[in-house]
Design a protein around this ligand. Structure first.
Ligand code: TYM
Length: 344
C-alpha cells in the first residue's frame, strides 16, 4: 500500500480497519497479543487506522501530565511493535473533533437500557463507585462514533471489547434504518490465540492494566527479569498435567500459559501440549518466560529509540490527525445532513 492511497482513502478499494488502545496505564501483554500484534499483521492487506483513545481514558480520573506522556508513549509503542506510519494512519483521538461530534449525535440514537447492560460499565462503576460519571455510561457510544466515522469494515480487538462492537452495530443499523445507508456495519476481528489473556494471579479474570497487583499482569515496559519472574510465579493447579482444557476453570492458569505460548510462537495450543507432554510445570513456565522475553525484547529496543525522537512522533500524530479528520468529516457531514442540521 503506498502513501498516496492511504492519504486519500477514496481510490482505495481495500477494506478498512479501525482500532485503538486507551493510554490509561501500563500497556500489557494482553493488549499486545489480543490486539496490537494483530494490527501489525493486517496493515499490508487493509487500510488501517489506529488511534490512541485518550478521550475514553478520562472516564476514569487521570493525572493530566501523565495522560499526555502516556499518549505519546503509546504511539511510540505502536510503532515499536511494527505498525508502520507510512502504511497506517496513526492519530490521537482528541485531535479529531469529529469523534465528540458524532458521539453526541449517536447519544440521541442509543437507549439507556442498552447502555445499562454493558458489562464494562457495570465493572467500572463497581471499581470507581465515587466517580460514576455520564462519560463512563456513554463510553460505548463514543466508541461507536470512533468506528463508524471511518466506514470501518473490521475492528481487531480482544474478546472483552466484543460487546461494544455489538452495540456499535446495533446503533449503526438503527441509524441506517431511519436514514438510508449512512454507515458501514463493522465486524469485530479476534485473533485465534491471545484474544483473552488472563491474569497471572487469578487466571479466571482477564489480564488488565488497571489490576492493583502488578504480579497479575505483564507490562510491555517491565524489565525482562520481572517478566520472567511473573510468569514463573503464575498461579496454576496441583494436577501437574500440561493439558489445554479451555472450558475447565481448574486449568485456567495452564490454559492461559498455553495461550500465551501459542500467541507468541504462532503454534497451535495442541502442538504445544504435545511438545510438553509428560513435562513438569517448572520447565514449561521457564520456556514460556523465555519466549515472552524474546518477543518483547526487540519491541523494547525499538521503543527506547523511538520515544526519544519527539519531533518524529509529533510529525506522525499531526499528519495522522489531519488525514483522519478528512476521512471522518465526510461521514460527519453526511450524518449532519441526514438529521437535519444546516451544513452549508
Ligand atoms: P483497552 O485499552 O482496554 O484495550 C486495548 C485492546 O487490548 C485488548 N485487550 C486484551 N486482549 C486480550 N487479552 C486481554 N487480557 C486484553 N486486555 C485488553 C482489548 O480488547 C482492546 O482490543 N474501549 C477500548 C478502546 C477503544 C476502541 C475504540 C477499540 C475506544 N474506541 C474503537 C476499538 C475501536 C478499550 O478500552 O481497549
Amino acid at each position: 500500500m503506498d502513501n498516496e492511497t492511504v492519504n486519500t482513502g477514496a481510490a482505495d478499494k481495500k477494506k478498512r480497519i479501525f482500532s485503538g488502545v486507551q493510554p490509561s496505564g501500563n500497556i500489557t501483554l494482553g493488549n499486545y497479543l489480543g490486539a496490537i500484534k494483530n494490527w501489525v499483521a493486517l496493515q499490508d492487506e487493509y487500510e488501517c487506522i489506529y488511534a490512541m483513545m485518550d478521550m475514553h481514558t478520562i472516564t476514569v480520573r487521570q493525572t493530566p501530565a501523565e495522560l499526555r506522556k502516556r499518549t505519546l508513549e503509546l504511539l511510540a509503542l505502536y510503532i515499536a511493535c511494527g505498525i508502520d506510519p507510512e502504511k497506517c494512519i496513526l492519530f490521537i483521538q482528541s485531535q479529531n473533533s469529529a469523534h465528540a461530534e458524532l458521539g453526541w449525535v449517536l447519544d440521541c440514537y442509543t437507549y439507556m437500557g442498552e447502555l445499562q447492560r454493558m458489562t464494562q460499565f457495570k465493572d467500572k462503576s463497581a471499581r470507581h463507585a465515587d466517580n460514576i460519571n455520564a462519560g463512563l455510561f456513554t463510553y460505548p457510544v463514543l466508541m461507536a462514533a470512533d468506528i463508524l466515522l471511518y466506514q470501518t469494515d473490521y475492528v481487531p480487538v480482544g474478546i472483552d471489547q466484543m460487546q461494544h462492537i455489538e452495540i456499535c452495530r446495533d446503533i449503526a443499523q438503527r441509524f441506517n434504518a431511519l436514514y438510508g445507508n449512512v454507515f458501514t456495519i463493522p465486524e469485530g476481528l479476534l485473533v485465534k490465540s491471545g484474544a483473552k489473556i488472563m491474569s497471572l494471579q487469578e487466571p479466571t479474570k482477564k489480564m488488565s492494566k488497571s489490576d492493583p497487583n502488578p504480579k497479575a499482569f505483564i507490562s510491555m515496559m517491565d524489565d525482562f527479569g520481572s517478566i520472567a519472574k511473573k510468569i514463573k510465579s503464575a498461579v496454576t493447579d496441583s494436577e501437574g498435567v500440561i493439558e489445554y482444557r479451555p472450558e475447565d476453570d481448574t486449568k485456567a492458569g495452564i490454559n492461559n500459559l498455553i495461550s500465551i505460548m501459542a500467541a507468541v510462537t504462532g503454534k497451535k495450543p495442541e502442538e504445544i501440549v504435545s511438545e510438553y507432554s509428560g513435562q513438569g510445570y517448572g520447565t514449561f513456565k521457564s520456556d514460556v518466560a523465555e519466549a515472552v522475553v524474546e518477543a518483547v525484547r526487540p519491541i523494547r529496543g525499538e521503543y527506547d529509540r523511538i520515544i526519544k525522537d519527539k519531533e518524529y512522533l509529533r510529525g506522525v500524530y499531526r499528519n495522522g490527525a489531519e488525514t483522519a479528520h478528512r476521512i471522518a468529516d465526510r461521514t460527519l457531514k453526511k450524518v449532519y445532513k441526514k438529521v437535519g442540521f444546516v451544513i452549508d
